[in-house]
Design a protein around this ligand. Structure first.
Ligand code: CIR
Length: 264
């Protein structure tokens, strides 16, 4: 799925800077973050997506990272059970819009299973499920079963030995036609043996998180070698300044749920 019709986004809460972060890149500037979020929204619109914009939720500092409470596909939406205690309530917040878009075509990850959407990398009809500090074995098992029920395949990639990588998609993105862009650490995973790889330099690891939207790859600005590689692979690239999301450990994929044409 790289053709999308709609995207769900959520406005940044006033509490944005209180969200979870290792704090390696300093304190985020919320006004600048809101400007960057606006440009992100405009870019998705420019690429043909209708934006479903949800209001800010100040009680949940990380709630603008809407990718984590749900996984959306053309056949089903899956409500996750987030692994981070401060984010658990975000699933209930996203449910009403999923019900509006997907009707009854919704499945759920149940405790003690935990899954965060950032750990799930869609690659056509296959899904890589990342085992991380936020996604556990039980959650991965439940998700694999749900995906199978809807005709998808899945496999596991563990990122637990890579402390810099929060979610699987922090370290890998799928660009279609069996091509991924990823960290050098993840590139060695045998689950990726059948895939072509663009490997980002260690100092550009943040650029492993990018999104292919209707033929164009949106990438974080300032990661020149990664951007060059993606352009040389034949893609149009739009660069966005993501500095204030990087400070909160978020990337391009986390800021939206991108919905393809539904198959039902
Ligand atoms: C968190 O740690 O949960 C947020 N500060 C960042 C979430 C980023 N989401 C993602 O990579 N899918």
């Amino acid at each position: 799925m790289s053709q999308f019709e709609r995207a769900i986004i959520r406005d940044l809460p006033d509490s944005y800077t209180e969200g979870l972060t290792p704090g390696k890149f300093g304190m985020a500037d919320i006004d600048l973050a809101r400007e960057q979020h606006q440009k992100y929204k405009e870019t998705l619109e420019k690429l043909g997506l209708e934006i479903i914009r949800l209001p800010k939720e100040n009680a949940f500092p990380d709630s603008c990272f809407v990718e984590d409470p749900a996984i959306v596909t053309e056949r089903v939406a899956i409500l996750t059970n987030l692994g981070a205690p401060s984010r658990k309530g975000e699933a209930a917040l996203i449910l009403p819009i999923l019900q509006k878009v997907y009707g009854t075509h919704i499945e759920r990850i149940e405790a003690p299973g935990t899954v965060e959407g950032g750990d799930i990398c869609e690659a056509g009809n296959h899904f890589f499920i990342g085992l991380s500090k936020r996604t556990n074995e039980e959650g991965a098992y439940q998700l694999a079963k749900i995906l199978e029920k809807y005709g998808y395949t899945s496999s596991i990639i563990s990122i637990r030995s890579f402390p810099n990588i929060l979610h699987l998609k922090t370290g890998i993105s799928y660009l279609g036609n069996k091509l991924v862009i990823c960290h050098s650490q993840i590139a060695n995973d045998c689950g990726l043996d059948d895939y072509r790889k663009l490997i980002v330099k260690d100092e550009e690891e943040y650029a492993s998180n990018c999104i292919l939207v209707n033929g164009t790859v949106i990438m974080p600005k300032g990661f020149d070698d990664a951007i060059r590689q993606v352009k040389e692979a034949g893609f149009d690239v739009i660069e966005l300044d993501m500095s204030e999301f990087m400070k909160q450990d978020g990337g391009l994929s986390c800021l939206s749920l991108r919905i393809p044409k539904l198959a039902f």
